[in-house]
Design a protein around this ligand. Structure first.
Ligand SMILES: Nc1ncnc2c1ncn2[C@@H]1O[C@H](COP(=O)(O)OP(=O)(O)OP(=O)(O)O)[C@@H](O)[C@H]1O
Ligand SMILES: [Mg+2]
Length: 201
């Protein structure tokens, strides 16, 4: 399995905990395994990026492999932040760019799973809207799952996406609200503290 771009910090993290996080994980896996669009939103430290990483490792997206000759190869599962994605697109416009815009868009469109994190940080310009819609739409057409992550509330998030994307989410997608406290709270590290109850309090 090819994971590309995922933050290294989750590699050695301890096992995920928390009943509500686990329930969201099961729902999320269903969406990824059926090639839908998953929206994870909520406050800082609630375990959204971590969930995307766990899904990238364990989910079974449709058509995750391609055939060349008689051999099967894994398509990559790719993580990017929205800011990084649009920066890469703009870099392809430079005369000395090694990759063309269409190659870059194809790479993101053909990943067996694409995670776009920190959507709230993007510019929300018409250009970014068009690129985002283009990538999400071509993935939708091929039933390839996309995970969108944001710190925005549901309403703010909905406002920041194009009607075309929202319509596709309504058809085969799911929004999951991470409405509990941060797993990062330092109290969770104190001896005797129960990280789960703190996280869910
Ligand atoms: N279910 C969980 N059980 C235990 N620890 C967790 C769980 N989910 C996440 N963590 C840990 O909590 C920390 C924060 O998680 P994560 O980075 O996924 O938060 P986030 O929701 O993406 O936050 P932000 O919105 O600030 O990016 C990480 O160290 C992560 O490993
Ligand atoms: Mg995060």
């Amino acid at each position: 399995m090819k994971l590309q771009g995922f933050p290294k910090r989750y590699e050695n993290a301890s096992e995920p905990t928390g009943d509500r996080w686990m329930a969201h994980y099961e729902a999320a896996k269903g969406v990824v395994d059926s090639g839908g669009i998953l929206v994870l939103y909520g406050g800082n430290g609630t375990g959204k990026t971590r969930m995307a990483y766990e899904l990238a490792k364990k989910a079974s997206p449709p058509r995750a492999q391609y055939k060349r000759g008689s051999l099967l190869y894994d398509l990559p599962r790719i993580y990017t932040t929205a800011v990084n994605l649009f920066m890469q697109v703009r870099e392809t416009f430079r005369k000395d760019s090694q990759v063309s815009e269409s190659e870059l868009i194809r790479r993101y469109s053909e990943a067996s799973l694409l995670v776009i994190d920190e959507i709230q940080e993007r510019g929300e310009t018409p250009f970014e809207d068009r690129k985002l819609t283009q990538i999400i739409d071509s993935r939708y057409m091929d039933e390839r799952p996309t995970i969108l992550i944001s710190n925005h509330t549901r309403e703010e998030f909905a406002k920041s996406l194009s009607p075309a994307v929202l319509d596709r989410i309504r058809e085969n997608g799911r929004g999951l609200n991470f409405n509990w406290g941060s797993f990062r709270r330092s109290d969770a590290l104190k001896v005797g503290a129960d990280p789960v109850s703190i996280a869910e309090g």
